[in-house]
Ligand binder design. Structure first.
Ligand code: TRP
Length: 373
């Protein structure tokens, strides 16, 4: 996109993201067929997110699987910043984390950064954040994590344990490193400057609580990588293994350009959307179609830029032959945008129905998952 320089940091993703360039910039590795093959063997199936390239990069994921294979304890760590309602994009790493939990029988530590979102959002009160924290936890539970193996905690509610580790991390992180890594300035508040230590701390939580060695894997979107640079630097100084990571792309919003973002609600599918709301947003989605049906039939459309095709490909159509067929039909003018939109809307509606049902059931199960002091 002209004029908008791409930038990816934990607090801002703007412009057209070039994922190959991010791999170089962040110093991570592309996920290769060998690793995907090994993971799929443990899991019993290739996850569609791997097949369709939604998870695309990693750090020492092979070493983490080595640990699993040679009997070292492996655990998972991910998180959520409760700054608003959950949308489809947030769910990608969580769905994949569940796949990893099932494949490796691993314990999962799930951090809710209520402190971060309070510190970073000028307009959110503590009450707002507490409300989102509870609502977001319902969405997390609805993904289907194993209650026996999943520990959700909030930084404010579980601060004794997290702060304990965070201070030890923080002692090894200079302000100049934090500035360079996160872009803090003179006007950043001092809470957010300390926060990277709070997000790094759970990399060592299992080891602290259980008093045992463990190899941690963090499944998350690529924008969180700067935190793990800090955690990996500090780990050996505190006597821990460096955490490994496996990283996803962002899913685009339904409009033209940009990732899905709660701040542009008309191009964002919230998990709380009614079927009618979701259908109407999809109806207005950006496609690769021609201005008229006649032109579409003559010239065909461009699935390469089409958001509807992108969603079918990345998230909602698991059959390889089916996506290939849709792609071909589009290119040759054999299918109109309305039809693709209807196809996607059906899938999204059925997904939302299932999710909302599980979310309702989660209300009575929160305590099973919550770590308390
Ligand atoms: N900072 C993340 C956010 O804004 C939340 C988070 C905390 C997280 N710990 C994490 C995300 C670990 C991924 C992995 O959403």
């Amino acid at each position: 996109m002209q004029g908008v320089e791409a930038s990816v940091t934990p607090w801002e993703v703007k412009g057209e993201v070039d994922y190959d360039q991010l791999i170089t910039q962040f110093g991570v590795e592309p996920l290769n067929d060998e690793l995907i093959g090994r993971l799929s063997k443990h899991a019993g199936a290739v996850h569609p997110f791997l097949k369709r390239g939604l998870f695309f990069a990693h750090r020492e994921f092979g070493d983490w699987m080595n640990s699993y294979e040679n009997g070292t304890r492996v655990v998972l760590y991910t998180g959520r910043g409760p700054s608003g309602q959950t949308h489809l994009g947030h769910l990608i790493p969580w769905i994949f984390t569940k796949y990893l939990q099932d494949a490796f029988g691993a314990e999962l530590y799930f951090q809710m950064t209520d402190d971060e979102k309070y510190l970073i959002s000028p307009d959110l009160t503590r009450e707002d954040i507490a409300g989102y924290t509870y609502e977001n936890i319902l969405d997390i539970i609805a993904v289907g994590f194993d209650p026996q193996k999943t520990k959700i905690f909030t930084n404010l509610g579980y601060s004794r344990h997290i702060y304990n580790i965070a201070t030890r991390v923080a002692k090894h992180v200079t302000f100049s490193t934090a500035k360079a890594t996160f872009g803090f300035t003179e006007s950043s508040n001092i809470g957010i400057i300390f926060f990277p230590a709070m997000q790094s701390a759970p990399c060592f939580l299992h080891q602290e609580l259980e008093k045992e060695d463990a190899h941690v894997l963090i499944p998350c979107a690529i924008d969180q990588e700067p935190y793990w640079r800090i955690a990996r630097d500090v780990a050996p100084k505190l006597g821990y293994r460096k955490p490994a990571g496996i990283y996803s792309k962002f899913i685009p919003g339904l409009g033209k350009g940009g990732k899905m973002s709660a701040s542009i609600p008309e191009t964002c599918i919230f998990l709380s959307d009614t079927e009618a709301e979701a259908r109407s947003k999809i109806k207005d989605a950006f496609t690769g179609g021609q201005p008229t049906i006649r032109e579409q039939k003559e010239k065909g459309g461009d699935p390469g830029v089409c958001i509807v095709y992108n969603y079918l490909f990345s998230l909602f159509e698991e059959e390889d032959t089916k996506v290939a067929e849709i792609c071909n039909l589009c290119r040759t003018g054999g299918i109109m945008c309305g039809e693709c939109k209807r196809m996607l809307a059906e899938k999204v509606a059925s997904f939302l129905r299932d999710h909302q049902k599980r979310r309702g059931e989660a209300r009575s199960r929160v305590e099973q998952f919550l770590l308390r002091e």
